[in-house]
Design a protein around this ligand. Structure first.
Ligand SMILES: *Cc1c(COP(=O)(O)O)cnc(C)c1O
Length: 315
């Protein structure tokens, strides 16, 4: 945890602390570390030799799963919609180097296999090719993932001794937000910032996951802010966000990823400036990692090769 020095906000009596989950592991960074934890435990407990999941060409989730498999000796399978391109993205090249089997499914087959709400057709299709496996939904959005994210809230509460009001996180599937909100003590709140264009059923998904972990109703445990998506997952950022990122990284001395944490920090600083939080509020902002995804935007990131020779770290 490090303080974020923003003089304009200090004047407004807003105190910001960054939880640097981008530093938890050089390969398996950020919130994915927590979201995968209980999923991988389940695979071990059920004696399943492989773990599969879905994602796009720059998926932080698939990258993290490949890294976890590499570190823990679990076979991993990455399912990607569409034909295999002539040249893989840097993310998928890493995933292969980490031992992940890449399985490209044509868009038609993919649609057929994921038509039902449950994932059993896809599970059966994959098991026919790869044998018994655990299938984790896209983005790691399941109860096991949210349960893993609870640890982030416990750590924040313990480290700050309760001296904070709200925990801010970036939301894709909302799994991290649900887990953090469920594990915060009464009176503390998690605030999620959606990076998606249409928030759609995000709030419903968060509610469902939250209720699985925290059956006691606590109406103020979380809230969701949309309107800071900056174009969603699009691989081009609005100029305002590009400028913000450059200034922020120079001033604060750490990097952001363009899909999630850039929008999170932009939104938090903007809203704090506009008086969204009362004077005297102390906010924790979670840096949820994902820096490998910078490459999808042509931004530099430490390449994998230097990390692979290091001794694997077990989670
Ligand atoms: C995946 C990801 C998120 C979104 O997490 P959800 O649990 O899906 O909401 C946020 N930040 C980063 C850096 C990510 O890679």
């Amino acid at each position: 945890m490090v303080p974020l020095v923003v003089p304009a906000l200090a004047k407004k009596g807003i105190d910001l602390i960054v939880r640097r989950d981008d530093l938890v592991d050089p390969l398996l960074s950020g919130n994915k570390f927590y979201k995968l934890y209980w999923n991988l435990e389940e695979a071990r407990a059920r004696d399943l030799p492989s773990v599969a999941s879905l994602g796009g060409p720059w998926s932080n989730h698939l990258h993290a799963l490949a890294a976890a498999g590499y570190q823990q000796g679990i076979r991993t399978i990455g399912v990607i919609r569409g034909e295999r391109p002539a040249e893989l993205s840097a993310t998928l090249r890493d995933a292969e180097a980490l031992g992940m089997a890449l399985c490209f499914i044509s868009r038609d087959d993919y649609r057929q296999l994921t038509r039902q709400a449950d994932m059993s057709p896809l599970q059966q299709w994959l098991e026919a090719r790869y044998g018994r496996l655990l299938l984790i939904p896209e983005g790691g959005g399941n109860v096991a993932g949210a349960r893993g994210a609870e640890a982030m809230a416990w750590a924040i509460e313990q480290q700050l001794g309760g001296d904070y009001q709200e925990v801010c996180v970036a939301c894709g599937t909302g799994t991290t937000l649900a887990g953090v909100a469920a594990a915060l003590p009464d009176g503390k709140r998690a605030c999620g910032f959606s990076v998606l264009k249409g928030a759609g059923k995000l709030a419903a998904d968060i509610s469902r996951l939250y209720r699985c972990l925290q059956p006691r109703p606590r109406p103020m445990a979380w809230r969701l802010v949309s309107g800071f998506h900056g174009g969603g997952y699009a691989a081009r950022l609005p100029a305002g966000l590009v400028d913000f990122q450059q200034r922020f990284e120079q001033e604060q001395g750490f990097l952001l990823d363009p899909v999630y944490t850039l929008k999170l920090f932009f939104a938090v600083l903007q809203l704090a400036q506009d008086g969204y939080w009362r004077r005297g509020t102390r906010l924790v902002v979670v840096h949820s990692g994902g820096l490998q995804g910078r490459r999808g935007f042509g931004q530099p990131f430490t390449e994998l090769s230097g990390l692979l020779n290091k001794k694997p770290i077990t989670v």
